[in-house]
Design a protein around this ligand. Structure first.
Ligand code: ARG
Length: 508
């Protein structure tokens, strides 16, 4: 108990210093050297640079990627009627909000970066936390990054190449270039990265407003015919409980990113206030946008036209924007670029947090000595994501991605419940109603099990196998701390090459 008390005191201090650590935005867009705060100057660590606006942008700007512009057709196919599809869209928003509120409690209790990683450490100890970082640094986060950059490339190229499908190689090269550009931005300066995030978030919100305005105009003109008979099942559509889960996966991908801010808690100014606030502003905002956009699409095209369209937003633009139709692919490109930026921002911190505890390679936890960016973690992520872009076949990954992701989201709910028992007196600056994690835990169990029952596929087994394979790495390298001799040399070399240095551990 005493130990727990001491921990409180330390954490409280941390939170307080967060309150005061207003070293953001000095020179804006991240020119020269940063972090001139005299108190913080002599130690190398990440600085608190994310305020409320950037916090909201890191959530909203990551959640809104390609999903809402592309997936409405997939969701319609999987639900069979516009009524049910609309319900699923809204339910996904509510589920994300509930999940995020639980994360708000977790993130204000434990203010170290790394989200699930930090919470698993607290609630379940090192092995599960390691397994999480193993899967997410090698598969989850890079595959998110790869999927989004590929969608970015698809639309960026489409905006310029008219009538024909762009060649696959070109798309891949553009995707790689985007990853490199985002990597450079993120390594160069935290302020520049959050600045990019803010600007792109604003741009995509404007694009969404355009769609909603266009849709409303059509509705006012009386184009309401496609909204009638909302619950009539379309030709060939059936819903069953397993298929519904895959519909949820499609929808939840569009909402994914709701936990993005939790990865960077150490860099949020006054996290106990700004983390819950950003969540409570960001996620309802996204849900509202998505609901209105879906109605707008239907004001302009019929459900079957929607299903046939490869990218609903682009079809929408062609119908309604006339000579400005190119705006739509461009908006999707902007939206996905911003989402990729937010994804890398968070992924770098996860890598940083896990390697700081000795769970991944030490050098991945180093921070640039003058720019205070976790450069090695960012570079590592970009390399894995780049490899995934090259190997292709990303589309089918989304379902498996969600399957694995929801194992961990469910795990975080369990962590919350466990800590309510094991650390009842730990300060919780934000406490969410108990029903929320229980509900989300139940739903994530359904989301994990239902698709397997509906359509058992060997890939699910691979995913589970991969998670467990992590244990084989954990025992020798983490638990027994075996480090090959040459790693010392590698670490030293990287420190000099990248001008990075180790930081202090968060858990001791
Ligand atoms: N929701 C985004 C989209 O619609 C993808 C977000 C990827 N997830 C993440 N955690 N970065 O494309």
């Amino acid at each position: 108990h005493q130990q727990e008390q001491q921990l409180h005191v330390r954490k409280q201090k941390e939170i307080k210093s967060g309150d005061l650590g207003d070293d953001e935005d000095g020179g804006g867009g991240g020119g020269g050297l940063e972090g001139t705060d005299p108190e913080e100057n002599n130690s190398v660590h990440l600085k608190r640079r994310v305020g409320l606006v950037s916090g909201v942008a890191l959530i909203v700007g990551t959640m809104i990627g390609s999903g809402i512009f592309v997936s409405p057709s997939g969701l319609l196919v999987r639900t069979g009627s516009i009524g049910i599809s609309f319900l699923v869209w809204t339910a996904c928003g509510l589920l994300s909000l509930c999940g995020a509120l639980a994360y708000a409690e977790l993130g204000t209790m434990n203010t170290s970066s790394g989200a699930e990683y930090a919470y698993f450490m607290d609630a379940f100890g090192a092995p599960p936390a390691f397994l999480f970082s193993w899967v997410s640094t090698l598969v989850l986060k890079p595959s998110q990054m790869a999927i989004i950059s590929l969608s970015f490339a698809q639309y960026a190229v489409e905006a310029f190449a008219a009538d024909c499908d762009p060649p696959e190689e070109v798309v891949k090269i553009v995707a790689l270039l985007a990853i490199i550009l985002i990597l450079l931005v993120n390594c160069y300066s935290v302020n520049l990265a959050t600045g990019v995030q803010n600007a792109f978030t604003a741009a995509k919100l404007i694009a969404i407003l355009v769609v909603i305005a266009g849709g409303s105009y059509k509705l006012i003109q009386g184009n309401t015919q496609h909204l009638k008979g909302a619950f009539d099942t379309m030709d060939g559509g059936t819903v069953n409980i397993g298929r519904l889960a895959t519909a949820f996966y499609t929808g939840l991908w569009a909402y994914d990113g709701w936990n993005n801010l939790n990865y960077v808690t150490e860099e949020i100014k006054n996290p106990s206030k700004n983390l819950p606030r950003s969540i409570m502003i960001g996620i309802p905002l996204v849900t509202l946008c998505y609901a209105l956009i879906n109605i707008s699409y239907l004001a302009v095209m019929s459900p079957s036209e929607m299903i046939e369209s490869e990218a609903v937003a682009v079809t929408f633009g062609n119908r309604i924007l006339g000579v400005m139709a190119w705006l739509m692919p461009l908006s999707v490109a902007i939206s996905t670029f911003g989402s990729a930026n937010g994804t890398l921002f968070a992924a770098g911190r996860l890598c940083f947090a896990a390697s700081r505890e000795g769970h991944l390679l030490d050098c991945l936890s180093y921070v640039h000595v003058r720019r205070f960016t976790p450069a090695p973690g960012l570079i590592f992520h970009s390399l894995v994501a780049g490899a995934m872009v090259l190997s292709g076949n990303i589309d089918s990954l989304i379902d498996f991605f969600s399957f694995t992701a929801w194992i961990f989201y469910g795990g975080a709910m369990l962590a919350l419940l466990v800590m309510r028992r094991t650390r009842p007196n730990h300060p919780r600056p934000y406490k969410c109603p108990l029903i929320i994690p229980v509900l989300v835990l139940g739903i994530s169990a359904y989301l994990i099990v239902a698709p397997i029952i509906d359509k058992p596929q060997i890939e699910y087994l691979y995913a589970a196998g991969f998670i467990l394979a992590g244990m084989l790495v954990y025992l020798p390298f983490v638990k027994y701390g075996y480090v090959p001799k040459f790693m010392e040399g590698v670490n030293a070399f990287l420190q000099m090459l990248l001008e990075v240095a180790p930081t202090a551990a968060a858990f001791d």
